[in-house]
Design a protein around this ligand. Structure first.
Ligand code: MCA
Ligand code: AMP
Length: 500
């Protein structure tokens, strides 16, 4: 049967005995063996009721089995829905309630916490642990190692990735088989990825960057992936001599620059360093070149669109820019208020259109209509400028968003939690420059008259409800928040006051 993504991404590797996943201290896993594992998992999904279009929620450690579960879900016709492992129960509850999955796969350590969530939502709870064990895989050996792929067309959904929003309510971006495949093919061509490559993979696999940009391009080409559970500078330095590519967020590069071991000699074998998900400072780009002789290739993407622009492989990789639109992707700048297209050189809202652009937000037609124009242009919320020779620069954000270490955090979500705490009249959450994470989260708190608020007490509530990466690093108590004449909180003033 025809399954657009499976057939074009991985089916051709059925007899490929070359290394796909290489892990320190374990045997390499070949493409052929990986495909058998995915087929076995597809049988398990079907036995647990997954049919075409059913969501499979996964909040599990980064393992070979989790990658196989992604492929198995696609093969079984399902919709893969990975979640950040840092999310707390309240956060997971929202995604499960919204997406109504058939199956929830979680770390065995979270099974007790998530059990009632699964029951309340009529989902089957299965476990997958960091060592690959768990109820998901316990009957794996008994399963057939081939699976009759479920028919899925180019426009059918392959994944649902949640992205938080300015209203504080996360939206599920519906990504079709062809959204993922078309972007994979463009990136392979542009970055000249082949089966001679070895990619160092130290990103999480619950986001577009680690799961689609890094994994899909490797899988399609038959590249080898040096698969690491997390980013550790020592492990990266050890892996570099036997690798050819690294994909990372800017924090990867600033941390590597902090290591004396990063030298021109070490990187002789490498052919490409890619950065994305957050702005790479021009000074980091330049320091990296001075140290290694390599020009980091910066690209720009979003959960809703996969990758939109990239600096060139051949040609100038210009620091502070995100390069040119990918082939087949249109980028235009518009007036954020009127939507009118702007003249070359002006700063405006970045809008993108192409086969990469998602199918809309899951069960949110109004939100989809607000951000995805009828003519197919998606309004990114990023402000940009395009140089005469076509390089796109991101110069700001129209959306109230903080990016910390490559993770997006919408202040509204944290403000909602803080404002609900007894004794808090109101709050404003904003980002300030941070050398390691790019931005760090700060919360300004206005206590109710006659009360005092203790940072520890606020932090305890936040800790209960929100993933660690969303936690304010500091709480600043104020008598009132600075507002403009329209009553809008002036976060730029807060950034100036507390950013030093
Ligand atoms: C960890 N912590 C963080 C972050 N990561 N806090 C804020 N922001 C973060 N990103 C917390 C830890 O829980 C810990 O808390 C403390 O900060 C220090 O942790 P540390 O060990 O230094 O951090 P780490 O575990 O080494 O992680 C840093 C990291 C990681 C490697 C940069 O955050 C990471 O892998 N980021 C990549 C995110 C990513 O893949 N983004 C792509 C999204 P404590 O010790 O106090 O408990 S896709 C996307 O954006 C689009 C589509 C695109 O264009 O790609
Ligand atoms: P996400 O919601 O995780 O998909 O993050 C998408 C957002 O990350 C974009 O809208 C941008 O604001 C930001 N982003 C991604 N890549 C870059 C980049 N190279 N430079 C600046 N911002 C980026």
């Amino acid at each position: 049967m025809a399954n657009h993504l499976y057939d074009n991404l991985i089916a051709h590797h059925a007899d490929n005995t070359n290394c796909f996943l290489k892990q320190d201290g374990a045997d390499d896993i070949s493409y052929a063996d990986f495909i058998k594992t995915a087929a076995k998992l597809a049988h398990i999904l079907v036995q647990n009721g997954v049919g075409a279009g059913d969501r499979v929620v996964v909040q599990a450690p980064k393992t070979v089995e989790m990658v196989a579960l992604y492929i198995a879900t696609v093969q079984a016709g399902g919709v893969f829905l990975p979640l950040n492992t840092a999310y707390k129960k309240d956060e997971v509850a929202y995604f499960v309630g919204d997406a109504a999955p058939k199956i929830i796969v979680c770390d065995g350590r979270s099974a007790d916490t998530l059990a009632d969530l699964a029951t309340d939502n009529n989902a089957t709870l299965l476990t997958l642990n960091a060592d690959g064990s768990g109820s998901l895989t316990e009957d794996l050996a008994a399963q057939p190692d081939s699976f009759e792929t479920v028919d899925r067309a180019a426009d059918d959904l392959a994944a649902l990735l949640y992205t938080s929003g300015t209203t504080g309510r996360s939206k599920g971006a519906m990504l079709s088989h062809d959204n993922l495949l078309s972007n994979t093919l463009s990136l392979i061509d542009l970055w000249q990825i082949t089966d001679a490559d070895t990619l160092i993979h130290a990103l999480p696999i619950f986001h577009t960057h680690g799961l689609f940009v890094a994994m899909n391009t490797s899988i399609r080409t038959g590249a080898c992936v040096h698969f690491m559970a997390a980013f550790k500078t020592d492990a990266i330095l050890d892996a570099i001599p036997s690798a050819t590519m690294l994909m990372g967020v800017p924090t990867f590069y600033t941390r590597l620059l902090g290591e004396e071991g990063l030298t021109k000699d070490l990187v002789q074998n490498m052919r490409l360093f890619v950065s994305g998900s957050a702005p790479l400072l021009a000074e980091t780009h330049e320091a990296f070149t001075a140290r290694t002789g390599h020009y980091i290739l910066e690209r720009y993407g979003m959960t809703e669109t996969n990758m939109n622009t990239s600096n060139p492989f051949d040609g100038e990789r210009r620091p502070g820019t995100v390069g040119h639109p990918l082939p087949g992707v249109e980028v235009r700048l518009t007036n954020p208020e009127t939507g009118a297209e702007l003249a070359q050189g002006e700063v405006g809202m970045i809008e993108v259109r192409g086969p990469n652009v998602f199918q809309g937000y899951w069960q949110m037609p109004e939100k989809t209509a607000e951000e995805l124009r009828e003519n197919g242009f998606f309004i990114t919320g990023d402000l940009g400028q395009i140089s005469e020779d076509g390089y796109v620069s991101i110069v700001g954000r129209a959306k109230d968003l903080i990016i910390t270490g490559g993770y997006n955090v919408y202040p509204k979500e944290i403000e909602d939690v803080l404002n609900d705490i007894d004794g808090v009249l109101e709050s404003a959450v904003f980002g300030i420059h941070d050398a390691d994470f790019g931005e760090a989260i700060i919360a300004a708190i206005v206590p109710e008259a006659g009360t005092t608020t203790e940072a520890d007490a606020l932090a305890a509530v936040v800790n209960d409800k929100l993933a660690r990466f969303k936690h304010p690093r500091r709480y600043e108590v104020m008598a009132e928040l600075p507002r403009n004449t329209m009553g809008k909180v002036q976060k730029n003033l807060l950034r100036d006051q507390f950013g030093g």
